[in-house]
Design a protein around this ligand. Structure first.
Ligand code: GLU
Length: 425
């Protein structure tokens, strides 16, 4: 059985970590960050690679590669999801871990940043294979993970199911019960109400906040949402609930367009009944994936893969507002184009921070052993997201820059304080 990458995602000159450094360097220059602090942030604290021999259902052994990178623990224990995808590699995990440090700082959470991943194709694996792989990964990293050390969560290709396996494997190794060692768990096993839809909810809050700044009425706005997984599905649903007309949606199987607006409730129902995929849904006409990105809509929400907004695509984008649901959907070379076109970009490190914000609430509830209602979680989430948005917006204005660089500056201010206050060897 071959398990080689099917799609090589590479639309930028450098690696994803280069994309992080490009923005970090730019923000550092505009803000006036010291070289020393910048160099600390350019160097992730720890990178671990594990090899995981797994007995596959066909009786053959396959050696998977797993990673965990801890970018920073300056502001608290490191936090970040675990990704299962074929293009997972050391560089990508490193980039994603740095983004988690910035994201947690922007969201004002007492966390550092980390990310993990396994190079695998979860769609072609059985539940049993996935469970064995997840347990092997957890055991291999059982000295790294910890309630007050490093706390994993779901990311692309993983969900509450994998988090429950991580919880169980970790607890078995440590012979005790540590519900706060992982977030994004099923409700009832220490998971939080509102966690599943939190990233989509954060996108909705950021959209409303940006529209307000732009003096646009949500009821007269159209949107295109790329990705219909945990992030895109809830984002589309919640934007629709706010009166925004979602004209295009798409996942890895199909992309659909409907000028009158897609019936999102029907699409959600269809996906739930059809193994999580949109293919076969008849609520719109089929278009090319690229056409969704360049569609004549007001808002574009890339909530699927990284590196989809290249320089060429940026030149063709008609939306006036981009809300980055995915991590790293825009390559650095496209930033300038979008700026010149006057397109407002709410960057990933702010736009998709609703997920980790509710992960933090889950962790707090686990520590207290006391659980909140969905209304309570949502109210705390909305307040936190609106505060983060305002801070980023104010830095954008103060430093006369884009929201992306304003977001990085927001993070740099906190990280600089932490690095300097804690001192050095
Ligand atoms: N994987 C999500 C992210 O990229 C959530 C991380 C978490 O909840 O720790 O933000």
């Amino acid at each position: 059985m071959t398990r080689k990458p099917k799609v090589e995602v590479k639309a930028t000159e450098g690696s994803m970590f280069d994309a992080v450094l490009a923005r970090l360097d730019k923000a550092a220059e505009i803000y006036g960050l010291s070289e020393d602090v910048k160099n600390v942030l350019r160097s992730p604290q720890k990178a671990i690679k594990v090899s995981l021999p797994i007995m596959m259902d066909d009786g053959k052994m396959h050696i998977f590669e797993g990673y965990r990178t801890i970018h920073s623990t300056v502001l608290g224990p490191s936090k970040g999801g675990i990704r299962y995808a074929m293009d997972v590699n050391e560089e990508e995990v490193k980039a994603l871990s740095a983004w988690m440090s910035f994201k947690c700082a922007i969201a004002n959470l007492p966390y550092g940043g980390a990310k993990g991943g396994i190079t695998c194709d979860p769609r072609s694996m059985s539940v049993g294979e996935l469970e064995r792989l997840t347990r092997a990964y957890t055991v291999a990293l059982s000295d790294v993970f910890g309630v007050d050390h490093d706390i994993p969560a779901p990311d692309m290709g993983t969900s509450s199911r994998e988090m429950a396996w991580i919880l169980d494997a970790y607890n078995k190794v440590h012979r005790s019960d540590f519900p706060g060692v992982v977030t994004g768990k099923p409700v009832g096993l220490g998971g939080s109400m509102g966690r599943e839809s939190a990233t989509g909810r954060g996108i909705m809050i950021c959209t409303l906040a940006a529209l307000k700044k732009m003096k646009l009425d949500p009821k007269k706005i159209t949107a295109a949402v790329q990705g219909f997984g945990n992030v895109g599905l809830h984002a589309a649903r919640l934007l629709h609930d706010q009166g925004i007309k979602v004209c295009a949606i798409g996942d890895h199987t199909v992309t659909l367009w409907n000028e009158k607006g897609i019936d999102i409730a029907k699409a959600v129902k269809y996906v739930k009944e059809n193994k999580g995929i949109l293919k076969g849904f008849t609520g719109g006409k089929e278009i090319k994936n690229e056409e969704l990105l360049t569609a004549a809509v007001d808002i574009l929400v890339p909530a699927a893969l990284q590196n989809v907004i290249t320089k060429e695509i940026a030149n063709k984008i008609k939306a006036k507002l981009i809300i980055e649901g995915a991590n790293g959907p825009t390559v650095p070379e496209a930033d300038e184009v979008l700026k010149e076109k006057g397109i407002v970009v709410v960057p990933d490190v702010l736009a998709n921070s609703g997920g980790v914000t509710v992960s933090y609430f889950e962790w707090v509830q686990n520590k207290y052993g006391n659980y909140w209602t969905e209304e309570e979680v949502n109210a705390k989430h909305d307040l936190s997201m609106n505060t983060a948005f305002e801070n980023v917006w104010n830095n954008k204005l103060e430093y006369k820059t884009t929201m992306r660089i304003g977001a990085y500056i927001t993070a740099l201010k906190k990280l600089e304080m932490g690095i300097n206050a804690k001192g050095h060897y």
